[in-house]
Design a protein around this ligand. Structure first.
Ligand code: TPP
Ligand code: SF4
Ligand code: MG
Length: 263
């Protein structure tokens, strides 16, 4: 199986997207024959080109709609391994409602967010994760907004695997991708990714990024998530996946049972 296509890569030299691509190809190599079951879904933005560069079945969807496409693929054929790649603008602005509901549903899919804290393809507007004071095309005098904390949001929404990687640490990111794919449930990886053209954070991230150990509870993971430079697996839990709930729903509680559980 050819894991890289012959498409010429058009990302800027030095872009963090290269590290994410490399980690995913290494992940597919590690999956061996199972790599043939992977379906890649990408959103709209620079990151979305990853669908052209990886030699697996893929679906380049519209802006913000990676999570529902992942869910649809899994429900249509449960033997498939859907893996989504979205931008921060794509996942945390345009399609944020889809992301929250996918985490809540807990379908067995993986979602990787190329978080460069900027709308890169449209040349540098502020997104939900741009820092306060960020100067770009839409905020020439500095971004007046506080940034969103995506890990905190996904933990609150009910994601059953929550991790963060760094595009500059391919070995760690490969390990995170393998763990996310192996986890049964909605697996989420936020990847800190420099955009050399519109938000070059290489120096900052190389200095500040560090690794943390998995927390035992969702509450403890939320404490870890307050650190914007922490990487690793923050939280994992085993709970019923959406496809099982759809195909074999638990019997509905009677009114008496509900009242009993409240006593
Ligand atoms: C519904 C919709 N709104 C806006 C756009 C315009 N648009 C195309 S790419 C893009 C920026 C994408 O940013 P991000 O998701 O962060 O990806 P990056 O380019 O940073 O990888 C936008 C706003 C669009 N294609 N569709
Ligand atoms: S504009 Fe930014 S995100 Fe897009 S390819 Fe160039 S460096 Fe990468
Ligand atoms: Mg972006």
């Amino acid at each position: 199986m050819m894991l890289r296509t012959s498409q010429k890569i058009v990302w800027c030299p030095g872009c963090g997207n290269y590290g994410i691509l490399r980690a995913f190809v290494k992940t597919l190599e590690a999956l061996e024959d199972n790599a043939g079951r992977v379906v890649l879904v990408s959103g709209v933005g620079c990151h979305g080109k990853i669908a052209d560069y990886v030699g697996v079945s893929s679906f380049h969807t519209i802006h913000g709609r990676v999570p529902p496409v992942l869910t649809g693929i899994k429900l249509a054929d449960m033997s498939l391994i859907p893996v989504g790649f979205a931008g921060d603008g794509d996942a945390y602005n345009e399609g944020i409602a889809h992301l929250i509901h996918a985490a809540r549903k807990n379908t067995d899919v993986t979602m990787v967010v190329h978080n460069n804290s900027v709308y890169a393809l449209t040349t540098g507007q502020a997104t939900a994760t741009s820092p306060k004071g960020f100067r770009g095309r839409s905020t020439p005098e500095g971004n007046p907004e506080e940034p969103l904390n995506p890990l905190l949001l996904l933990l609150a929404a009910g994601a059953s695997f929550v991790a963060r990687g760094f595009a500059g640490n391919v070995a760690q990111l490969t390990e995170l991708m393998l763990q996310a794919i192996s986890h049964r449930g909605f697996s989420f990886i936020d990847v800190l990714q420099p955009c050399v053209a519109f938000n070059n954070t290489w120096e900052l991230l190389r200095k500040r990024v560090h690794e943390v150990k998995t927390a035992g509870s969702r509450e403890k993971a939320m404490e870890l998530a307050m650190d914007p430079f922490a990487t690793g697996v923050f939280y994992r839990e085993s709970r019923q996946v959406y496809e099982d709930a759809v195909t074999a729903p638990e019997p509905t509680s009677t009114v008496e049972q509900v009242l009993e559980s409240l006593r």
